[in-house]
Design a protein around this ligand. Structure first.
Ligand code: CTP
Ligand code: CA
Length: 223
């Protein structure tokens, strides 16, 4: 409760976030994407600004209003998201990767609308760059926080990503429960760092965002 009496918990801190899905073009009228609503990332951006941080939000295509006092950069594809994030990395003390980045993009995007012909067709896909891992390996890396949406083995997969991507913290949610997570207003998170874990039970995303940011602020201070 100290932040209600003293200075704001994130005053003087600049924070960069990614949020929402990415959209990978197939041809000029079609794309592949996912069900991310962007609500968790936008809640984090909004809460961080309220807590005094200077916030830059790199957002994929979502249907959400820009939170007060947040500077927003809109992107579509994973590559565009990476290109928007990289120049901002050095200016920020905290990076939170909340976006549901498409793991693959179309190998050869068609220049004109693809016409239907055969009964079956294949689309060749290639791996997208990992934005979070790129930030984590930056020489002037911020305190770097990832998200992990898992349907099974949540703890094992989340801890694997914490180590593999060399993160400071990872917030995992179980997306097999459709009442929380993707597209829902509520969410629950298990947060792991190198020598600790905490479980944040299901609440609305705005409350959860404040809880996660309070935890991050404590770690950034004691780093
Ligand atoms: N992420 C990213 N860039 C990507 C893929 C993921 O920045 N190209 C970030 C997400 O924003 C999230 C974290 O990495 O913070 C974990 O994303 P997730 O999809 O759970 O992990 P992946 O490493 O893509 O592994 P997989 O999908 O196979 O579980
Ligand atoms: Ca992925």
């Amino acid at each position: 409760a100290a932040q209600f009496f003293g200075p704001k918990l994130l005053a003087g801190i600049s924070l960069l976030l990614t949020a929402g899905p990415t959209r990978e073009a197939i041809d000029p009228v079609r794309y592949i994407s996912n069900h991310s609503s962007g609500k968790m990332g936008f809640s984090l951006a909004s809460a961080a600004a309220e807590m005094g941080a200077e916030v830059t939000l790199v957002a994929g295509p979502v249907n959400l209003a820009t939170p007060a006092n947040v500077s927003r950069i809109d992107v579509e594809s994973a590559q565009e998201m990476l290109d928007a994030v990289l120049p901002e990395v050095e200016k920020n003390q905290i990076f939170i990767a909340c976006a549901a980045v498409a793991d693959y993009r179309i190998a050869d995007v068609a220049e004109s609308k693809i016409k239907k012909s055969a009964e079956q067709m294949q689309l060749a896909l290639v791996r997208n760059p990992d934005i979070l891992a790129s930030v984590a390996s930056h020489p002037k890396r911020p305190f770097t926080v990832g998200f992990a949406a898992e349907t099974n083995n949540v703890e094992q997969y989340a801890k694997g990503k914490l180590e593999r991507k060399k993160l400071d913290m990872i917030a995992a949610n179980d997306v097999s429960n459709s009442n929380i997570g993707f597209n829902s207003d509520n969410n629950a998170l298990s947060v792991f760092w190198h020598d600790g874990v905490t479980h944040l039970p299901a609440v609305d995303k705005q409350t959860l965002a404040k809880q996660l940011l309070t935890l991050i602020a404590e770690k950034v201070r004691t780093k």
